[in-house]
Ligand binder design. Structure first.
Ligand code: NAP
Ligand code: F7E
Length: 324
């Protein structure tokens, strides 16, 4: 039986990946921070909270990571833990850097010292591109130009992951994932903020959604599809980096329109309030990934399309609110 350590197992991607690997008969260890009341709701949503072995540790605490790697010596580590909210990274730039940059260095050092055969996956991000593109698209060759403390912290992580591969021969991969969403996406991210808001308005539990802007464009996929790509990246003969995206881009406005239309609300703009507190000091205007390499080498393609994703998220929020 293969063993895997997933950091960030209580977040969005962690539960989808854990479910996928449990179905492949992996023994799944999940790293969680010390909490008085840890929140297992995302794992509960997927029905796997009791199938994971939890280990306490923190990406900012090198000794905890050393002990964990030394003790379990997993076949694979998927480092999904992060301060992942771009908007907060300006106000919490030190914490963001400690978790997203130094945390990766600590994990890699622990692997090098105590379990050099362990394969390592780093959750890299399309945010590293900023507004740069090649003919309006981003692929593995597109130059990076990060525009937030989050993106900068992730760029360090990307390069230190490459560096351990080049320096020590560690099996290290970067998945450069574009935005991916699901019914268990955090509510501060724009998609879930919209679907939760639409469900509340539909049920008479809310009357407005406050957003920063409607013009940003993102390449939105489904988290359940994207964790399959993470797994495939780690099963290749040699470690490599891959763009994972849908190749389609939509604006926040498109997302609102699709979500409101789905519940039968056509005059949706009257429910939106533009609120400057949700604007960012520096913005990424449009992302559109070109994942041809993933298609050709991994045989990976996204299955869930934009409209289906929006409807899945609205349905889940309606059901949750009705059950309350
Ligand atoms: P998420 O929902 O924010 O989950 C992140 C997880 O990291 C949380 O469970 C959090 O734990 C954990 N964490 C934060 N700080 C930690 C620390 N110091 N020690 C240990 N754990 C810590 O993120 P996600 O959407 O699942 O994304 C997974 C990864 O992919 C992240 O690294 C993100 O930056 C990256 N990424 C995401 C996307 C996307 O569109 N979702 C795209 C590209 C890359 P708590 O539950 O205890 O807070
Ligand atoms: O913003 C705009 C916002 O916070 C998307 C993370 O998973 O994906 C995510 O980062 C866009 C931005 O995601 C609001 O300004 C407008 O242009 O949902 P988001 P993100 O910043 O793209 C990448 C790939 C990651 O790696 C990250 O970890 O929507 N927007 N109004 C808003 N965004 C939010 N959150 N709230 C608003 O009210």
């Amino acid at each position: 039986m293969k063993t895997v350590l997933i950091t960030g197992v209580l977040g969005q991607d962690g539960p989808y990946l854990a479910k996928f690997l449990l179905e492949k008969d992996y023994k799944v260890y999940g790293l969680i921070r010390r909490y008085t009341n840890p929140n297992f709701s995302n794992l509960d949503y997927l029905g796997i909270a009791d199938k994971i072995e939890y280990i306490q540790g923190d990406l900012t605490d090198e000794s905890s990571l050393m002990n964990i790697i030394k003790t379990i010596r997993p076949d694979e580590v998927y480092n999904l833990a992060a301060q992942s909210f771009v908007g907060s990274s300006w106000n919490q730039s030190k914490l963001t850097t400690e978790i997203n940059s130094l945390g990766v260095l600590y994990l890699l050092n622990a692997i090098k010292l105590f379990s050099p055969i362990t394969k390592f996956y780093q959750a890299s991000t399309s945010e590293m591109f900023g507004n740069s593109s090649i003919d309006g698209l981003q692929n593995e060759e597109t130059p990076f130009h990060p525009r937030s403390p989050y993106a900068i912290s992730k760029l360090y992580a990307y390069w230190i992951t490459n560096n351990f591969k080049e320096s020590y021969g560690t099996f290290c991969c970067n998945g450069i994932l574009f935005n991916h969403e699901s019914p268990i996406r955090g509510k501060e991210f724009v998609t879930r903020k919209i679907t939760d808001g639409v469900a509340r308005i539909k049920l008479g539990l809310g009357d407005k959604i406050r957003l920063g802007n409607l013009d940003s464009q993102r390449d939105w996929g489904f988290a359940g599809d994207y964790v399959e790509a993470m797994y495939l990246i780690m099963q290749q003969e040699s470690p490599d980096n891959f763009i994972i995206s849908t190749g389609e881009t939509h604006s926040v406005r498109d997302f609102c329109e699709a979500a409101f239309n789905y519940v039968g609300i056509k005059d949706w703009e009257k429910y939106i309030v533009l609120d400057p507190q949700f604007k960012r000091p520096a913005e990424l205007f449009a992302l559109k990934g070109k994942s041809d390499k993933a298609k050709n080498v991994l045989g990976w393609e996204p299955k869930v399309k934009f409209k289906e994703l929006v409807e899945m998220m609205v349905d889940a929020d309606l059901a949750r609110l009705k059950n309350k």
